[in-house]
Design a protein around this ligand. Sequence first.
Ligand SMILES: [Zn+2]
Length: 503
Amino acid sequence: MTLRVYNTLTGEKELFESVHPGEVGVYLCGPTVYKPAHIGHAVGPVIFDVIKSYLSFKGYKVTWVVNVTDVEDKLITEAEAQGRTVHDLARELEEKYINSLQALGIKAIDHMPRASEHIQEIIDHIQQLIDKDIAYAVDGDVYFDVTKDEDYGKLTNRKSEEQFSGTRDGLVQSAKRNPGDFALWKAAKSEEPDQVKYASPWGQGRPGWHIECSAMAMKYLGETFDIHGGGLDLKFPHHENEIAQAESATDCTFAKYWLHHGLTRFNTKKISKSDPEFEKIMASLQLTNLLSKYSPELLRFLILQSHYRSPIDFSEETLQSAKTGLNTFYRLLERLERTTGSDPYDIDSLVELQDAAVETAGKDFLEQVMTQRVRFLEVMDDDFNTAGAIGVLFEMAVSINRFLDETRLETRNDDRLRGLVEAAGGAFVFLGRLLGLFEARPITATMSDDSRSPKLVDLLVQVRKMAREAKQYAIGDHIRDELSKLGVTLEDRKDGTEWRIDS
Ligand SMILES: [Zn+2]
């Protein structure tokens, strides 16, 4: 089976062939740490975690890099507004972000380089471009001259200079030679904090955002590497400029395959700053907030239920449907455990499914599961189609459940058929783990994964309200205290009582 990936650079699904045999280098654009991370910041890491896991399963040694942008305009402004140092704010948000990623089961990132710790590499990269007369310095700023790069715009098919942002009129105010030229180095401004003033051959200043990524990608993965990823919103100008910088400096291909993932939508709508509810929506989508309410596996499952190139729809409905889907799987795993007496989470390799000497009843089942296993790998080979792969897991669950119904194995002794079911369950768990699912028993299964429990809490909240209205405060307090012992916290608001499960 051969892997094909959709390459944004060519607009086609291409056969995946690594630059170096047996090895794959992956770079994913990471966050600018100036505000708390939201679910959109987890989409790329979850998808690329699966991509790394699948490539590793196929035998590649994968090196995965996710950068942290900790020198940037927005960060400087935010730190000033909060009366804190840039360093302080950046480190705090970075730590929270990494904790959230770990909670989501993302543990396979090999390097998370910070821009502030790679200033020398960035300066060297800029110097290379100046030496080749592709970049120019003016009054402490350095710009990339887009007219010196023949294939500038190839990722997003921008051919003429007119399509670049800005106009010739704007040039009057600026030291740029062409409207499309972009900053590689920004001269320090007197009012900026000393922390973001770095010495360079062009005077004190700091790097532009685009050059940070191409410098760090090449440091950790070499001048040419396999996969560069990021959200669709980064194609232009960020990725276009990364390609221009790197390829003009080295005269060789920068990243062979460009993979772009879809953006997060809320209630099927694009999240827009002009939305009057914008701040509220962003607060509800904060990662730490979501992780306190939902299981990490549920969030991961929700993200992977869409194809990575499609928008990720986040809403009560999609969360509910993801919950229902995961529950189907959890119930199957419980049933497998009851039937076989062995722990379905305790597997470390893909169990071989042998079709030898299985009686007719088991033979059809075995064939089904073997076909589903092949099908799972085929859809993953087709541009990491995790949505299709989850679809195959549902088919497997149906087959296993049906076989258990037909054979009544839960109440009957048949070691051979039980062995067969155990192997099928093992294959199911193994394939799920390629997506980062079923790593461990669901921790919150007793509460958030049982559709009746939230309704029971709602009922208790309602009874407490009735008690309080009848001035039976002791009963109301008793309900609140007992729920608290069960890990359910009630919060009385102006418009009613809300509750949450403490993880
Ligand atoms: Zn980047």
